[in-house]
Design a protein around this ligand. Structure first.
Ligand code: AMP
Length: 498
């Protein structure tokens, strides 16, 4: 029996709190989860859905949305989370590709989802709507559909390295193994309280954020979105917090300090690189050390800094138990310690392939089962991995490889620089030229000349940015990832004046 929900069920105690509020009061118990998810499973069956059918969900985060997710798992349906920011055009691609049997949308989008003939029901940000009503009339017990280990539990759409988003098929066993690995690596127990502020349409908030509490039967404080002030208040009743790096910088600028974090045992960061400066500022302000980990939609979590032992800034730690990582050159030969190359991973966490895309699946795996992540990485002599960036962001200038991260680290260390993003822009001679986009600290007036002066002895000529641009903020998506394609577009005109 490999149904993920069954594995949760085997571990949680019905009488314990599932959700508590920021003051520590119980809002829902595991009994509520068991009963409400059974009702959703039954309502979905009554609508005619059968195991293996897809349920596309583009709703706001709510308790009912959590019950619906668990209802899909226990009915053997394939859950398909969709970013709430997607517009009708993007939605159309997912719906045509995944052919779901049901689409759940926010009522505000009821007439604007491009679902055509697909059965569409609404769920609002409080979790109310037609399916919730149908579920309320269903019995509160329902069997859990048996699943084979490789049966698909969730399809997550991801852009990966290129092209249109592809549906990564994630099996029950992928999710079970990753959740078990992480609960043990992070010492998670029933006594933990997770402060959950991430969206649940992405692997970070859906898999890591929810599965660890559910697998240990521990409680969550479940906030609809990240609000720095609300987080500071809720920390008093939490023990673990997970966030993207932006959450940490916002909490720092809100003046978070040691007193806010007294009951906290773990702060975890991922989904985008955490600046070494943020890591250090956080430790100075709160007395706690952020644990940075690395994962992706296709693989769940691959590496993590240790719970006990050194957490090194700028690294994502060694591979998690059971996960194998290789850093290889273009020919696929394993590189020595300290050399940058393509990161490949293999393990029970790695997905089953892209939905109805045999070609892309074949391209993404080696014959011996390593998944080519599309990330560039380097391993140090203690086995800690640093992510250098996506291989699509690698700059090739005059035939030479330039890794943006190396230049960004030099720029970030300059007084007055808050952060930077290095991109390649088209160049008539070099193919691409290295260009830098810099965000200065508030009230600091930096000039390109000053920056050039600072870096001229620290970078080889071919790595030195040829142009420097300034912005107030770097464009980021909801998961805190810098949108380098947007920067390339924005500054591509400047390339013609080089
Ligand atoms: P997604 O599939 O949306 O979760 O994005 C996965 C990608 O996010 C990875 O392939 C990495 O490029 C990036 N990523 C995730 N965690 C980290 C991290 N801790 N440091 C740097 N990049 C990260």
């Amino acid at each position: 029996m490999s149904n993920l929900y069954q594995v949760f069920r085997d571990h949680f105690d019905l009488s314990r709190p599932l959700l508590i509020d920021a003051a520590g009061k119980t809002i829902a118990t595991y009994q509520d989860l068991e009963q409400r998810s059974a009702q959703f499973a039954m309502a979905l069956m009554q609508l005619g859905l059968k195991p293996g059918d897809r349920v596309a969900v583009q709703t706001e985060k709510s308790i009912e949305a959590l019950y619906l997710y668990c209802g899909c798992l226990r009915a053997g349906l394939i859950y398909l989370p969709l970013n709430t920011a997607y517009g009708a055009h993007e939605l159309n691609h997912f719906l045509q590709d995944a052919t779901p049997s049901l689409l759940m949308v926010d009522p505000a989008r009821a007439n604007d989802h491009g679902a055509g003939s697909i059965l569409t029901l609404t769920m609002d940000r409080f979790g109310q709507g037609r399916l919730t009503n149908l579920a309320q009339d269903c019995p509160t017990s329902h069997s859990i559909e048996p699943r084979a280990p490789d049966d698909i539990a969730v399809i997550v759409y991801t852009s990966g390295t290129t092209g249109l988003p592809k549906g990564a098929m994630i099996s029950h066993n992928n999710l079970i193994s990753n959740a078990q690995t992480l609960t043990s690596a992070w010492g998670w127990t029933q006594a933990d309280v997770m402060l959950h502020t991430l969206p649940i349409f992405h692997v970070h908030g859906l898999f890591v954020g929810l599965h660890l509490p559910l697998l240990t039967g521990s409680a969550m404080i479940f906030q609809p979105s990240f609000e720095a002030a609300a987080v500071r208040t809720a920390l008093a009743h939490a023990t673990v917090f997970m966030g993207v790096p932006t959450y940490y910088t916002r909490l720092l600028s809100q003046g978070i300090h040691q007193k806010d974090c007294e009951g906290m045992r773990l702060f975890i960061s991922g989904s985008a690189p955490l600046l070494a400066q943020t890591f250090q500022d956080w430790e100075a302000a709160t007395g706690t050390v952020i644990l940075e980990r690395y994962g992706m939609s296709e693989t769940g979590m691959n590496t993590a800094n240790p719970l006990d032992g050194a957490r090194k800034p700028g690294t994502v730690g060694p591979p998690l138990p059971g996960v194998e990582c290789l850093v290889v050159n273009d020919a696929g030969d394993v590189l020595p310690v300290g050399e940058t190359g393509h990161l490949w991973v293999r393990g029970p966490n790695v997905f089953q392939g892209y939905w109805q895309n045999v070609e892309k699946t074949a391209e993404s795996f080696t014959p011996d089962g390593y998944f080519k992540t599309g990330d560039l990485a380097v391993i140090d002599d203690e086995g800690y991995i640093s992510i250098v960036g996506r291989s699509k962001d690698l700059i090739i200038t005059g035939g030479l490889n330039v890794y943006p991260k190396e230049i960004e680290l030099v720029l970030d260390a300059i007084d007055g620089v808050m952060e930077s993003a290095v991109i390649g822009l088209p160049h008539p001679d070099f193919g691409e030229s290295v260009c830098a986009v810099i965000v200065s600290l508030p009230e600091v007036d930096l000039t390109p000349e000053f920056i050039f002066d600072q870096i001229k002895t620290r970078l080889a000529n071919f790595k030195t940015p040829k142009k420097i641009f300034f912005l107030q903020n770097l464009p980021r998506n909801t998961m805190g990832k810098v949108q380098k394609n947007q920067l390339r577009e924005q500054f591509s005109d400047a390339a013609h004046n080089q």
